[in-house]
Design a protein around this ligand. Sequence first.
Ligand SMILES: [Zn+2]
Ligand SMILES: [Zn+2]
Length: 353
Amino acid sequence: MATPTIFDNDSDVCRNYPCSPCLKNDKKEQESTKYCMDCKEHFCTTCEQAHGRFTQFRDHVITKPTIVSKDLVYRKDLKGVRKNDKKLDAMGFCCITSGETRYTLLSDYQNDQFDLVSTIGMPGHPYALCEITSISAVAVTISNTTKLLLLDVSSDGNATIKQEIEVPFACRGITYVPQEFVDCLVIVSGGDPSGRDKNEKGKIDIYSIDASGADVKLVQVREELITLDNTTHQLFPRNVAINNAKDSILITGAQLGVIKMKGKQSITKSSVFNSKFAKTTRGICVNDKDEVFVTGLATKNVLKFASDGTLIGEIVNESHGLVIPLSLHYDNVRNLLLIGSARHDCSFLYVNL
Ligand SMILES: [Zn+2]
Ligand SMILES: [Zn+2]
């Protein structure tokens, strides 16, 4: 019923990033070796040294030039694929192979639908999704409800609801953790000051899932208040990811940024990846090198961190046409980073990493 693959060649213009001052002042294309996160400019070695000599620039954050070249960022237009031309509210992505084809599923929050190859109605606002590899299904949370759906994707790309599960807590972000003895789903919930239950604490809920997918049981709940610099913060988790070693849970919090929780260790200052360059963090994903990608909704960018929380740099920003980035997904089969925006035109971005 639809196109088997969504990634075609609708590419943007190619432009790499030479040193900005050299280009502006001398009309010279000089290779850049550094990037200033504050000035949002690329520098060659000479110009970076000159920039560092000014007192007012001294505390600027300099990284490697990590902004991806525009010829690696593509826009996928979903007009004609979706049933309506309403703005897209891309809350989450998931990629799954069915038959010979790699499919991308996208949750379209405002339109209560899944889009792409097939569009299916949802019993509420679909929020996050993840592949459950053990049963070749896709799990979807319905925003701030206790509904969890399992979807099947057929080899011709049609998604159907296979099962609807009631869970004890209203859900937002979700991720799947395959384990040797028991498969788990990690779902974040609560902590929303404007939510239905204002007193419900932010939580990380761990569910076991059996081999058929029919039996989903709550096995552990982790509630946490975070005290940083003598201030106690309520956890308001949005999305969740897991590292490659599967010993740390990474969540995006409403005010705090990325919080990394390792085992049962309590959260300290070093567990928080805080950066003034990522405000209102929402989407999160981890690549196969354990690098952490995060969207800053207010800062309109995607940042990359090392697994210990060191900022590597900004990789995508407004210059690539990023609007209000909400969601992120890393597809390790195609080495693609999928970025969805809020209330945006009928498209999303993907980056060939
Ligand atoms: Zn220069
Ligand atoms: Zn600067």
